[in-house]
Write a protein that binds this ligand. Structure first.
Ligand code: FE2
Ligand code: FE2
Length: 200
């Protein structure tokens, strides 16, 4: 199938737009988290924003590689959500779940049906990342809402993102035992918590 006449080209353009906008919203969330002294949440939002921009670049490059310079006309809904941290964590988790569970798997199927196997595989791999993003956002949302981000049923590794001090415990420290910096700097290793992220 001719790429320029394919639905895959339109889907890639929609995905590029969606990823750019998600990247921007995560940057807004990072700024808000910094203002609230949740330094680890700020770092995590920046990490996710970076991931979204990498997805955007992947989709952008497919269009340029297969079409050359072009313009794509789009008709699609793009979300504008409440910028408060609690509500945006919740709404971004929902958006990530939709991308992981239906949007990108559907786009992968269309790409495969149209013979663009490389694009199909990329959509499937990006869907897996979005699923991990949804889990991370859900974890942070629950902790932020209940004010217990640094409590866990089982012992997990808490790491000070300022000085690197690590301890396995069920609750984070108020001040780092080594450098005395605030609780907001404690980092959580999500690879340890989520099965889906275990091999990342
Ligand atoms: Fe993404
Ligand atoms: Fe994502």
């Amino acid at each position: 199938m001719n790429f320029n006449e394919s639905q895959t080209k339109v889907n890639l353009a929609k995905s590029f737009a969606a990823e750019c906008q998600a990247g921007a919203r995560y940057q807004f969330m990072a700024t808000q988290a910094q203002l609230e002294n949740f330094v680890f949440v700020k770092d995590t939002m920046k990490m996710i924003a970076k991931n979204e921009m990498a997805h955007a670049k992947l989709f952008y490059d497919y269009i340029v590689d297969k079409s050359g310079e072009c313009k794509v006309m789009l008709e699609a809904d793009y979300p504008y959500v409440d910028p408060a941290l609690e509500t945006s964590l919740l709404s971004e988790r929902k958006i990530e779940e939709e991308e992981a569970d239906s949007l990108y798997p559907d786009f992968a199927k269309v790409a495969r049906d149209e013979g663009f196997f490389d694009v199909a595989e990329s959509f499937e791999l990006v869907a897996k990342v979005e699923s991990t993003h949804a889990e991370i956002l859900g974890y942070i949302y629950d902790g932020y809402k209940k004010n217990n981000l640094y409590k866990s049923k089982n012992k997990i590794a808490y790491r000070c993102s300022n000085c690197g001090h690590i301890e396995c415990r069920t609750e984070g420290w108020k001040k780092c035992p080594l450098c005395s910096i605030d609780m907001g700097y404690i980092a959580i290793d999500f690879g340890e918590i989520f099965e889906s992220a275990a091999c990342f």
